[in-house]
Design a protein around this ligand. Sequence first.
Ligand code: AP5
Ligand code: ZN
Length: 216
Amino acid sequence: MNILFMGPPGAGKGTQAERIVDTFGVPHISTGDAFRLAMKQGTPLGQKAKEYVDQGLLVPDEITNGIVRERLQLEDCNSGFLLDGFPRTLQQAEALDGMLAEMGRSIDHVVNLKVDRGLLLARLTGRRICKACGATYHVMFNPPVQEGVCDKCGGELYQRSDDTEAKVGTRLDEYISKTSLLLDYYSGKGLLREVNGEKEIDEVTGEITACLRGSL
Ligand code: AP5
Ligand code: ZN
C-alpha cells in the first residue's frame, strides 16, 4: 500500500507513522528525519538542509525531490511505503506523481491529520525525542515513565532545535502558505482521508487503520 501522511507540524504524523508501518508492513519515509540525520552526520546535504531547517523554512524542492526519488527506488519500497512530510509543495506533489508513474505505481491513500493551531504549539514545544531510537514523547501528553529517559531503549531524550516557539510559528506559516493547498490537490483526485488528530493517540491510530482498511 502506498500511503501519504499530511498535516501541519505537530499533527502527529511521526507518532502515528511509527505505529502504522508495523500494521501494514511498509517502510516509514520521513523527509524531516532524512534531513536531521544528514545534519547530524555533517554531509553536504546536511549542511545545505541546515540553512533552512534551523529557520523553520522548507528545504528547496529540487533537494527534497532528489532524496525521495532515491529512497523510493530501494527494494523495501516494493511492498509499498508511508511518506511522512512529503510532498509539501505543489511542485513536490507533481514530482512525486511523475516518479510513481515512471515506476508504474500510484498513491492509494492520503491521510490528513487535522489539529487546531493552538494545540500544535503546545505539542511541539513539549515534544521530546530519544537520541538513540528516535521514539517520540511529550512532557504532558505522552510522558516517559522516567523523566528524560526513553521507555523503549533507555536512551536520553532531547528537544529538536526547531521546536522553539519562534521557529514553530515560522513552520506553521510555511505550512499554511505552501502545503495546505495540497489538500485540494488530493481531494480533487479522490484520495484524501480526513482524520481528527486531536483525539487520544490510540484513538487516532484506530481511525487511521480503519481508513486504510477501507472501513471508514
Ligand atoms: P518534519 O520533521 O517533517 O517536521 P513537521 O512536519 O514540522 O512535523 P513534525 O515532525 O514536527 O510533527 P509530527 O506531525 O510528526 O508530530 P509528532 O508525531 O512528532 O520537518 C522538519 C523540517 O524539515 C521542516 O521544517 C523543513 O525545514 C524540512 N522538511 C521536511 N520535509 C520537507 C519537504 N517535503 N520539503 C521541504 N522541507 C522539508 O507529534 C508532535 C508531539 O505531539 C509529540 O510530542 C507527540 O508525542 C505529541 N502527540 C502526537 N499525537 C498526539 C495526540 N493524539 N495527542 C496528544 N499528543 C500527541
Ligand atoms: Zn529510545
